[in-house]
Write a protein that binds this ligand. Structure first.
Ligand code: ADP
Length: 503
């Protein structure tokens, strides 16, 4: 159509000119030049458009002069002026339209360049199918997405099929190694493994709630076997509640996460080495402290034996040697008591501690560990929890140990089943705090050794965590216990009485 527009415009211009010049109808035929101007919108630029408008007006005047000669009847002048005004106004409006189209095209071009060339992968998706499915559930009185999750666990996977990819920029195509948008659309659902269904439900919950933005990280297995970590944001433009245009921006953060993880691993290794070094130092100092009284026991024992072996044993000397031995052994025992006291001192600064706060702080400290291990965390803290008298730092150490053990215990459980539940509640005279994990549980044969110092089943464990927890809780007048069904996870529970003074 656009190709023939100049020809059509020229033919119409000539036809109008001939009709206008040769016929004597009482109508303003020249008004038809506006069709020429409108056709010119398709092929002419702004300047050409003005020239064509001016040309049409010129032809109108020429026809007028040719057909009327020196007689200028008033009605003909009127018709000519009407035609000139119509052509002039149409040209002016066409000029404005042309200018607006130019601005629009420039802006379109600019956004297109940004879309195509930006370093962030952008997927333009159409979620209309999902929106329709949501509307059907809502009209059937389904109030919460959890109800669908419970009744139809397969919905997450079928929802993925309702996502239509309408466009993708070059960065996104390169990220997924797809030659074009069609190939990427086919590829996308296969990248979402079963482990990731929990994440799909979270995205669905956000869309169900009508949120305009959802951000998360996903680990995707590429077709070449590589595992890449993506940070993605799902944005629903505010004027698209029908979800017919949803923009997903994606960044490959694999290298960044790997560097962070290496740093994290290096830090924990350093902490471990530091702990082992401290333990080494402690061992040396224990050996040193104990060596002296034990050597004295041996010396006094030897002396006592010699006095006994005499032909006439000197019982007074034997008695004095044995008394020295008892004194030395008591010293050795005091050294040990002193060392134990050092590891778990009485609270230096007893304080009123809010265990909920301690739990929240500890969770914040461990948030990275929780994320890296893809553990899904549920926190259920009692609102009316009384404060307990105790040492905040020590109690934080207890919670930290229990949470770390729980996270480590779930290392070999599939990611979708790693659940950590942290609860607190008020009992009759004590605060009860529990940490439940969905790890492998504790085999009955080791349950009696759990709280023993140096008991560990981990290749790099020290086996001091639970033993220290128990000592700390004993000092706080409380206790700790573990319950577990093999295969169904473990719960560690501790209690601390409230309304008590600590000594
Ligand atoms: P470590 O963590 O250094 O091994 P701990 O005293 O904290 O020392 O734990 C002792 C042992 O108790 C662990 O090696 C592990 O076998 C077992 N254990 C602790 N917590 C859990 C748990 N949540 N699930 C299963 N086993 C656990």
């Amino acid at each position: 159509m656009a190709r023939f527009a100049p020809l059509a415009a020229a033919v119409i211009a000539v036809a109008v000119f001939i009709l206008d010049t040769l016929t004597t109808f009482d109508i303003a035929i020249a008004v038809l030049y506006v069709v020429v101007v409108l056709l010119a919108l398709n092929f002419a630029g702004k300047i050409e458009l003005v020239a064509i408008g001016a040309g049409c007006m010129g032809l109108t005047l020429l026809s007028f002069l040719l057909s009327h000669g020196h007689q200028l009847p008033a009605d003909s002048i009127g018709r000519c002026l009407v035609s000139l005004a119509a052509i002039g106004i149409t040209t002016f409006l066409a000029f404005r339209v042309k200018a607006a189209i130019g601005i629009l095209a420039d802006s379109e071009q600019r956004y297109r360049s940004i879309f195509l060339a930006t370093g962030v992968g952008i997927l333009q998706m159409d979620f209309t199918g999902l929106k329709n499915a949501f509307d059907r559930y809502k009209s059937n009185n389904v109030q919460r997405i959890d109800d669908i999750e419970r009744r139809e666990p397969g919905f997450a996977r079928s929802a993925l099929k309702m996502f239509k990819l309408t466009n993708a920029n070059n960065t996104a195509l390169n990220m997924f190694n797809a030659p074009n948008v069609g190939a990427l659309e086919l590829l996308l659902p296969s990248l979402v493994s079963e482990d990731m269904e929990g994440k799909v439900w979270k995205l669905l919950a956000s869309l169900w709630a009508g949120n305009q933005s959802y951000e998360a990280e996903a680990v995707l297995k590429m077709s070449d076997g590589r595992q890449l970590i993506f940070l993605y944001n799902v944005a629903v433009p505010f004027d698209r509640p029908a979800l017919d245009m949803v923009l997903i921006s994606i960044m490959d953060v694999t290298a960044r996460r790997e560097a962070e993880n290496e740093l994290h691993a290096a830090r924990s290794q350093l902490a471990h080495v530091a702990r082992v070094a401290t333990l080494g130092e402690l061992t040396v100092s224990i050996a040193h402290e104990l060596n002296q009284p034990l050597a004295a026991v041996v010396t006094n024992g030897g002396a006592g034996l010699r006095w006994l072996k005499r032909e006439v044993p000197d019982l007074t000397k034997v008695q004095s040697s044995m008394e020295s031995m008892v004194a030395d052994a008591t010293r050795a025992s005091d050294v040990i008591k002193h060392l134990r006291g050092l590891s778990v001192k009485s609270p230096p600064d007893p304080d009123n501690v809010d265990l909920n706060e301690v739990a929240e702080e500890t969770i914040t400290l461990l948030q990275r560990e929780i994320d890296i291990n893809q553990v899904s965390l549920r926190v259920d803290l009692a609102e009316d929890l009384p404060k307990v008298v105790g040492d905040r730092v020590q109690l934080q150490q207890v919670v930290l140990n229990l949470l770390l053990n729980a996270i480590q215990a779930m290392a070999h459980v599939p990611e979708s089943r790693r659940e950590l539940l942290v609860r607190s509640s008020r009992e009759e005279s004590a605060v009860l705090f529990s940490v439940h994990d969905t790890g492998p549980g504790i085999p009955p044969e080791i349950s009696s050794n759990l709280f023993d110092p140096f008991y560990t089943t981990k290749p790099d464990g020290m086996g001091m965590g639970l033993s220290i927890c128990r000592s700390i809780l004993t000092v706080h007048g409380g206790g700790i216990s573990a319950s577990s069904e093999p295969g169904a996870g473990t719960t560690f529970e501790f209690t601390i009485p409230f309304n008590r003074e600590i000594g």
